[in-house]
Ligand binder design. Structure first.
Ligand code: HEM
Length: 221
């Protein structure tokens, strides 16, 4: 039997959508700085990129706090279980109407491929973007020539790393936009990230989380 389950909490949804807006904006202003097109004008693009970058860093700090204070970080612990089934599903099963190999629940809302990819973003790609971005900023502005204490005497490597990270994030966004349409229905994943609720198979774990949510919000689902 299926039930509406509260799967994404309010901070999680706020963090998700704010992060996506910021990343879109960072991509746009970043590639204007890169010289790919002209829209805001170079100077403005640099200023807007810096403002979005600082906002993104603040959001990341809150998100880290949230992940650890709620225990949600455990969602991203990678597992090899079911990984082959998940890959086969995306390559073959999905085109044959096969059932999803991983059942979503409140305590395990990510499939094994999502766990791997999201963990990679959180511990590698995003930190690399933040660190290379900050080095870029502080290379340019205070010292003008170099970050002497770090022995960085050229912007070239930093620029390559930062731009490579931007391309990886764009590849992720393209895959992500396609994959969000591959839930139980075309819109079920996006609706869940907007409202917090998703129709899931009801079992112990989801039922108990539903009742605790009811107690918290006083809402019947
Ligand atoms: C907190 C994170 C970030 C910081 C601190 C940051 C900072 C910077 C800085 C200071 C620059 C150089 C601006 C100039 O030339 O004056 C830059 C360039 C750029 N940024 Fe970011 N950025 C961040 C995140 C991102 C993200 C998430 C993306 C895209 C997904 C991105 C894409 C770019 C691109 C494409 C360039 C141009 C690189 C080049 O042509 O050398 N940045 N960033």
């Amino acid at each position: 039997m299926k039930k509406q389950v509260y799967i994404y909490r309010s901070f999680e949804r706020f963090w998700h959508w704010t992060q996506s807006i910021l990343i879109f904006f960072l991509v746009a202003t970043g590639f204007e700085i890169h010289g790919s097109f002209r829209f805001f004008g170079y100077e403005n693009a640099v200023n807007y990129h810096n403002i979005a970058a600082y906002t993104f860093i603040v959001l990341i700090i809150f998100a880290i706090f949230w992940h650890f204070s709620t225990g949600e970080w455990k969602q991203y612990l990678p597992t090899l279980k079911n990984i082959r089934a998940q890959i086969n599903f995306y390559l073959i099963g999905i085109f044959r109407n096969a059932p999803h190999p991983t059942k979503k629940s409140v305590l395990s809302k990510l499939n094994p491929l999502q766990k791997l990819v999201y963990l990679g973003l959180k511990v590698m790609v995003i930190p690399v973007m933040v660190i290379s971005g900050l080095l870029y900023m502080f290379y340019r502005y205070p010292q003008k020539e170099s970050i002497q204490s770090l022995n960085i005497d050229s912007l070239e490597l930093i620029a390559y790393v930062h731009t490579l990270g931007a391309f990886i994030l764009i590849a992720f966004i393209i895959a992500h936009l396609y994959l969000i349409t591959t839930g139980e229905t075309i819109t079920s994943n996006i609706k869940a990230m907007i409202t917090g609720y998703e129709e899931l198979e009801s079992h112990e774990e989801n039922i108990s989380s539903k009742s605790s949510e009811e107690n918290e919000t006083g809402k019947e689902v």
